[in-house]
Design a protein around this ligand. Structure first.
Ligand code: ZN
Ligand code: ZN
Length: 250
């Protein structure tokens, strides 16, 4: 098994430009005085909200006490838990978009700081970023999940094991698909490799959980016995979705 480290730091040219120009918050465009937090100001970062409570202990999907969680009911048993740091509201969506598509890799340490307490709760495990297709990686220049995993490793001392999970070729974008189509499209999207010990999947955004479930299924098929996942943000589900009353028959 190969353990890789990803360089999430900015290029020398970008660092020089930052030194020349005063930093501006990506969200509110205010000038940032704190050089340690050069992309999002403290006020905007403090507005990133956590996920609503009460929530399912396994998948963190919002739930009422008398309702069973249907979101994680079909997950493979080896996929024990998923946690996300912040709610994907309008502000966070802009940040996640800038990180994924806009080349703002330097957001990773700030995002990782919010993810670290949730990662701690998931117990031990090497970090396994969700791989992207070669074509998308080439187009964007990086895989945002790898960059996040590297920042988390830097912060927590955990190892990154990128080679444990690879993406099969021929997959297509999930944008614009229904949840059912996403699941079908992801069937067999990943190939896992057996590792001893637990792994923790890392991704930027949890939308329906389908990508993480597909990755967990590939790892489980390869013989991995304990899989958890951490993401920076989570899309807010429609009210009442994926829950059912315990007393109703299916
Ligand atoms: Zn701001
Ligand atoms: Zn659940």
């Amino acid at each position: 098994m190969r353990h890789s480290r990803v360089d999430w730091a900015e290029s020398p040219g970008a660092a020089f430009a930052r030194w020349l120009l005063p930093s501006e918050c990506l969200t509110c465009q205010d000038t940032i005085a704190d050089p340690a937090q050069p992309l999002i100001c403290g006020v905007c970062a403090a507005r990133w909200a956590g996920l609503p409570e009460p929530a399912c202990a396994r998948c963190q999907h919002p739930r009422l006490l008398d309702l069973d969680c249907r979101l994680c009911a079909e997950w493979p048993p080896e996929f024990i838990a998923a946690r996300s740091a912040v709610r994907l509201d309008e502000r966070v969506r802009e940040v996640a978009h800038a990180f994924k598509y806009g080349g703002w890799r330097r957001l990773a340490p700030l995002m990782a700081r919010r993810m670290a307490p949730h990662l701690d709760l998931l117990g031990p495990g090497d970090l396994v970023p969700i791989p992207t297709s070669r074509r998308r990686r080439w187009r964007r220049g990086y895989n945002q999940a790898e960059v996040l995993a590297a920042a988390l490793a830097e912060l927590t001392g955990r190892r990154v094991s990128s080679s444990v999970l690879t993406r099969r070729s021929g997959d297509s974008s999930q944008v614009g698909r229904t949840p059912q189509e996403r699941l079908a499209n992801l069937g067999g999207a990943f190939r896992g490799e057996r590792v001893m010990g637990p792994v923790i999947l890392v991704d930027d955004v949890f939308t329906t959980g389908a990508t993480l479930v597909s990755a967990a299924t590939a790892l489980r098929t390869a013989g991995v016995e304990r899989i958890a996942a951490v993401t920076f943000a989570r899309a807010e589900p429609p009210l009442g979705a994926a829950t059912r009353r315990r007393d109703t028959t299916p």
